[in-house]
Design a protein around this ligand. Sequence first.
Ligand code: 9Z3
Length: 410
Amino acid sequence: MPEAAHIAPSTQTLTPEEAESYYFKINPAPPSLQEHHELAKEFIDRHVKSGRRLVLVTSGGTTVPLETQTVRFVDNFSAGTRGATSAEYFLQEGYAVIFLHRQFSLLPYSRHFSHSTNCFLDFMDEGSSSSTTSSSSTGKNNNNENDHGPIIVRSEYQDEMRKVLRQYNYAKANNLLLVLPFVTVTEYLYELRSLAYLMKPLGPNALFYLAAAVSDFFIPRDRMVEHKIQSSNEPPVKKENKDQTGTDSSIPPDSIYTGFNDPVPPTHGKKLIIDLDPVPKFLHRLVDGWAPAGSMVVSFKLETDPDLLISKSEQALQRYSHHLVIGNLLSTRKWEVVFVSRDKATGEFGLKWIRVPKSSTRMRKGSVAASGGGTHLQPDVEIESLIIPELKKAHSQMIESAAKGTHEGK
Ligand code: 9Z3
């Protein structure tokens, strides 16, 4: 007999607190949570003592596993460019940064040399021990094993790489950057909650910059199959469990499908239908419970339809009562974003567009000959270099008014 299906409460009827406790009860914590907790505690405590502002930047996509032993998963487009680039500008503005990112998405500093269009090998060359002429510039395939010349950065990239390397080393030497990975949407939520609680002692010096593209849908653990989803309706045959007909009687044929609690075997051949639940909206809990009092919470809203961008951003602000939504469209996100805010006293919304200057757009050639290169439109100015100073101003104002409030309250 298959185990009785767990009846999930409708998330619509739960309070945000109940939805939180139910979600974290049925979906297990990531194994690295405790280790990350310890690293983050030390990092945060250090910056609380120094009085430095600290921003939690979330970055990249989230995966939605279809099996517990995950072979297949649902994912999204995000490469983590926004998060990794923003983290660099926050560091430049004097913030300490916790960079909570989807594993293998772009990282601050190394992003300049890591992606398929910026492969680090293309920045390097082999210097000859006997002469300074590099093998690639002579066109020879240097297979001489006795030649142990240094590996060098090609002359045309020296200045750029030196600049990035210095910034990276400065952040490292001064303990200003903590990099923590996650993979699934559930791991992300566990990490976010744990970090927000740890950040409490920062008070108004804490900033949340939620740039990760978090999945709205997932399969809860109690509805997830353990093993790889099979592509045929044939019941799998296991050696030890065969009946006289040679088939495995212990595995109900429908268990090869995911997302179903339906006891009737599916009849739709090889079609895979994935039945996803909504991920509870935890921005409420972040703002009202997890985050430090007086801290600033900034979320992103991504749309593809320009007609929806402002209304959906305003809706998010109204619903979660945080400080700022940065709206962006998938196709123009590197050129323009809109800051959507709300006056707490009047309830009126304010819009502020941030755009890179038109003249700074150019066709940038993919720099990797081996990967085919190709051209794509890229702004010369990184829009994050305009977003972050603007945000810092808004955060400063919040910190000032929090300080005034404390003085006046005395
Ligand atoms: C964003 O909107 C980010 O700007 C992007 C950055 C994901 C577009 P890339 O990583 O892209 O640079 O390639 N992030 C938030 C998207 C999101 O999922 N927001 C939720 C929503 O729209 C609210 S928290 O409902």
